[in-house]
Design a protein around this ligand. Structure first.
Ligand code: HMG
Ligand code: MG
Length: 280
């Protein structure tokens, strides 16, 4: 199977990183990753700088990066304010990111779940009007650090709502890396009644080394797009216990070992890792 990879290191990897990474280094990071052949790079997020100070330089990052045409440069937008800040930088897609649990919407978005979905519907409508593709990234798609297990039927309902908003892609996220392959399987069994596998992607934090078993379940179900982060960076400031994302190298090595292909060159990635290691 040919697998596409969205590199989320510059966004998920740096939003809560222990070290402050300057804007020039972020631009170097993205430009270096751009040489690797990723399908897309989550470049930054136009969220509230009070909530997430490490993403306050989103406009400068977008203005400073080179954008070779083989990669899509996508950004998170939490509300209409974020969309308006982002749209002037012509992102290749925007990411809206509600959660399956009431508690995580509250902590991450300062909103009830209903308010969060309503807010993202307004963003999606604007994106549609601007002809910008929308990715819906659904946090806690099976497990929430505050609410515990999330029923597959809840995930499926939320996926349906994102489809109704016009999402071209829906990413199912294991926000804190606690979902087992069995949980992923139950979620997918239900979700795939409403959406085809080609529209889905997987986003797995790798806290308990479970990410690859989830990747395997998703690939078996026909999913061919995954998020991962260079050097395994990552974590959400509002999700207790969210360790790094699935390491991009670990993902690619696993795919190679299992006779899958990607467009990302491991040698080029090694150069990028060496460069990025100097400032993270
Ligand atoms: P709020 O404080 O309720 O916002 O935050 P508000 O609408 O009440 O506005 C308050 C002030 O913030 C106003 O300014 C707004 O203009 C300003 P003031 O009048 O006081 O001067 N403001 C903004 N400024 C710049 N950009 C904006 C923006 N919005 C408001 N976009 C809000 C609500 C949603 C904005 C906030 O909670 C927020 O930014 N949340 C995002 C949190 C975040 O980035 N989390 C990490 C990303 S999600 C993630 O990592 C999960 C994922 O990886 C998948 C997974 O693993 O699960 C995707
Ligand atoms: Mg994440």
């Amino acid at each position: 199977m040919h697998i596409k990879i969205c590199e989320v290191g510059p966004r998920d990897g740096l939003q809560n990183h222990v070290k402050a990474v300057g804007t020039a280094d972020k631009i170097t990071m993205i430009d270096t990753l751009s040489t690797c052949g990723f399908y897309s790079i989550e470049t930054t997020s136009f969220v509230s700088p009070k909530w997430v100070p490490k993403m306050a330089d989103a406009p400068d990052v977008m203005a400073g990066i080179a954008r070779p045409p083989h990669t899509k440069y996508i950004v998170l937008t939490p509300n209409v304010t974020g969309f308006e800040r982002a749209v002037v930088h012509n992102p290749d897609a925007i990411v809206i990111f509600p959660a399956c649990s009431e508690q995580f919407c509250n902590r991450n978005l300062n909103a009830t779940k209903r308010q969060a979905f309503d807010r993202f519907a307004s963003v999606a409508k604007l994106a549609y009007d601007h002809n910008i593709p929308i990715k819906g990234s659904l946090s806690c798609a099976g497990y929430c650090p505050y609410a515990g297990d999330i029923a597959p039927s809840v995930v499926a309902d939320d996926v349906q709502r994102l489809l109704d908003m016009g999402c071209a892609e829906i990413g199912l996220a294991d926000t804190v890396g606690k979902m087992t392959a069995d949980v992923s399987k139950s979620v997918l069994d239900r979700v795939l009644k409403y959406v085809s596998a080609e529209k889905l992607s997987g986003h797995f934090h790798d806290t308990d080394n479970l990410a690859l078993s989830n990747v395997e379940v998703y690939i078996q179900a026909g999913v061919t797009l995954f998020d991962s982060a260079v050097l395994g960076l990552g974590g959400c400031p509002f999700a207790n216990g969210a360790e790094g994302n699935l390491n991009t190298r670990k993902l690619i090595q696993y795919l190679c070992d299992n006779a899958h292909t990607t467009d990302v060159c491991l040698d080029t990635l090694a150069h990028a890792e060496a460069r990025i290691r100097t400032f993270v």
